[in-house]
Design a protein around this ligand. Structure first.
Ligand SMILES: *[C@@H]1O[C@H](CO)[C@@H](O)[C@H](O)[C@H]1NC(C)=O
Ligand SMILES: *[C@@H]1O[C@H](CO)[C@@H](O)[C@H](O)[C@H]1NC(C)=O
Ligand SMILES: *[C@@H]1O[C@H](CO)[C@@H](O)[C@H](O)[C@H]1NC(C)=O
Ligand SMILES: *[C@@H]1O[C@H](CO)[C@@H](O)[C@H](O)[C@H]1NC(C)=O
Ligand SMILES: *[C@@H]1O[C@H](CO)[C@@H](O)[C@H](O)[C@H]1NC(C)=O
Ligand SMILES: CC(=O)N[C@H]1CO[C@H](CO)[C@@H](O)[C@@H]1O
Length: 499
């Protein structure tokens, strides 16, 4: 029943469901208060066969129907969950969790092509905010600080639409799934000191001539990779050269390869029993990079990493072949865990980035896309728990504090900085620090529009319960496209510095 390795994932292109609850903070506690936890449901074995559009949605219904939490209030928060031990985070119960699938169908559904119009709109008042930059981002900032600025409405609309891109995972095809509003597609990011150019696919392919760009990580990596493909698709239909280990799309005009490799945690997940951890639970070797992508790394010119959310899923944490902790797994309650899932995440970041910056044969540019914020907000019905009904970016006053996101981001930045210090001169390392910028985009998630099922619940029930929803992944087109505008800019600056 356990989570499986990357290889296993690529063999199992169907959903497993994950239960997520990002808790809200009840108050300032003496100890770190994380009322946030994610639970994995028993992986429901559904529909191994089909992977077409219908099959995906069918799978989802099955998962939903089988999930014990399905009937529960999603978006409700464990505001009562407390923390009485500094070394361990209390796991809130399934009854208080949100459900989202991190690991959905790997296969794409083909769609018709066409072109949509765009609607006009107005300015909003989403304003800028402060981030504490790391030394790595400072280097980019010499040219332009990309992570301070504001969201603005651009009536020219997105570069592609759900009709002009045929490889959108159905769960992120918000328009195709019947989402009624559309303006979330039209907000663009404006750094204070410069303009972030609208993504120009032709120029990007030129920039990447003869090069390989790889997205490595979880389903959010897939989300970003598909956004990149959709953007590039507007000028050229790539050749699918993928295989089981690696999704690959080749753009002949410039000999550019776009790659994606699944790696849930980026570090090594093993299934064989270890000490008191049985085969059934994934043993995450936090000090060993995931071989599933490391074996290919030297071929990549640019590598974009995405991880974090799987540290809420069940696994045992292993350091130096010793079990040091676990998430949703710790059989011997009399023993104390040495590390929790948040610390495990920090260690994994250090491990993987150290491996990359000290790699003898890898000379690529590594972009660490920081923790992607989700928006299971609230817990109060009248203030709109969940992300249902959000149709534009949050203003400062609407911004919901999420301590889990905050501490995950913090651990990531710390791990990044530790690894950056071990940096040798061959490869390059950049932090793409989107976490706070995207905390404003509560409007950019599918919400209840996760499937084309005409009977899906999209409104709150009479008792105020929000419908089942995905407030983690990003609609396409949507805010995730901005990540690739940032990637373009980072790569451009990097390549220009080199030459
Ligand atoms: C969840 O809550 C139920 C009762 O509400 C309890 O029996 C169970 O042990 C809890 N599970 C966890 C993981 O805390
Ligand atoms: C899904 O993937 C499998 C194996 O990777 C492949 O055989 C099948 O044709 C794919 N289906 C679609 C609809 O792409
Ligand atoms: C972050 O920046 C603010 C002001 O810019 C400063 O007061 C604060 O100490 C900084 N925090 C860290 C952790 O550097
Ligand atoms: C795209 O979205 C529109 C609604 O805006 C919908 O009518 C159409 O069927 C969708 N197309 C696809 C291929 O999902
Ligand atoms: C790395 O730096 C050292 C000395 O600073 C230099 O001798 C070496 O050529 C550099 N290697 C690369 C690949 O740039
Ligand atoms: C264990 C369980 O409840 N399985 C059910 C999952 O959902 C399918 C489709 O609704 C049912 O047929 C199974 O019985």
């Amino acid at each position: 029943m356990a989570l499986t390795s990357m290889k296993d994932h690529s063999k199992s292109p169907y959903p497993k469901s994950l239960l997520i609850s990002i808790g809200s903070v009840a108050g300032l506690a003496v100890f770190l208060f994380i009322a946030s936890s994610l639970l994995i449901s028993q992986p429901v074995e559904v529909n191994k066969v089909g992977i077409g559009q219908d099959d995906v949605s069918h799978s989802f219904r099955n998962v939903a129907e089988n999930s014990s939490v399905q009937a529960k209030v999603e978006g409700e928060h464990s505001s009562g969950s407390s923390h009485n031990d500094a070394s361990s985070y209390k796991i809130s119960n399934t009854s208080e969790t949100d459900r989202v699938d991190l690991d959905v169908a790997e296969n794409y559904t083909a769609q018709a092509k066409g072109k949509d119009g765009n609607s006009g709109g107005s300015q909003n008042d989403a304003t800028s905010y402060k981030l504490n930059d790391t030394s790595e981002t400072d280097r980019i900032n010499l040219e332009c600080d990309l992570y301070h600025g504001k969201w603005f409405y651009d009536s020219s609309g997105p570069v592609y639409t759900n009709n002009s891109c045929p490889i959108i995972t159905q769960m992120q095809n918000c328009q195709g799934n019947g989402r009624p509003d559309k303006e979330y597609e039209n907000w663009r990011w404006k750094p204070n000191q410069c303009d972030l150019p609208r993504f120009d696919p032709r120029n990007f392919l030129e920039l990447m001539r003869g090069k390989t760009l790889a997205f490595i990580g979880d389903s959010v990596a897939r989300n970003q990779m598909e956004s990149m493909l959709c953007l590039l698709w507007q000028v050229e239909e790539p050749k699918n050269r993928g295989n089981r280990k690696m999704h690959r799309y080749y753009f002949r005009s410039t000999s550019t390869m776009i790659v994606r490799i699944w790696s849930s945690w980026l570090v090594d997940p093993r299934t064989e029993p270890l000490d008191f951890a049985p085969a059934g639970v994934t043993k995450l070797h936090l000090d060993v990079p995931d071989k599933g992508f490391m074996e290919f790394i030297k071929d990549f010119d640019v590598t974009i990493l995405s991880s974090g959310h799987w540290f809420a899923k069940q696994s045992a944490y292993v350091l130096n072949n010793e079990i040091v902790g676990g998430q949703l797994w710790w059989p011997d309650k009399s023993k104390e865990m040495k590390i929790n899932n948040i610390e495990a995440f920090g260690i994994s970041v250090d491990t993987i980035l150290t491996a990359l910056v000290t790699h003898p044969d890898y000379s690529g540019l590594t972009i660490v896309r920081s923790y992607s914020p989700d928006h299971y907000e609230g817990g109060e019905w009248n203030t709109g728990g969940s992300c249902t009904g959000k149709v534009k970016p949050a203003s400062d006053s609407e911004l919901v504090n999420n301590d889990f996101t905050k501490i995950m981001h913090e651990k990531q930045v710390t791990g990044f900085n530790r690894a950056a210090k071990k940096h040798r001169n061959k490869s390059k390392l950049k932090l793409m620090d989107i976490t706070e910028v995207f905390s404003y985009r509560h409007d950019g998630h599918p919400g209840p529009y996760r499937s084309p099922d005409p009977h899906k619940i999209t409104k709150r029930g009479p008792d105020g319960k929000p419908p089942p929803q995905d407030c983690l992944h990003w609609c396409m087109p949507g805010p995730v496209d901005t990540w690739n505008e940032l990637v373009f800019e980072i790569i451009r600056q990097e390549f220009e510095h080199k030459s």
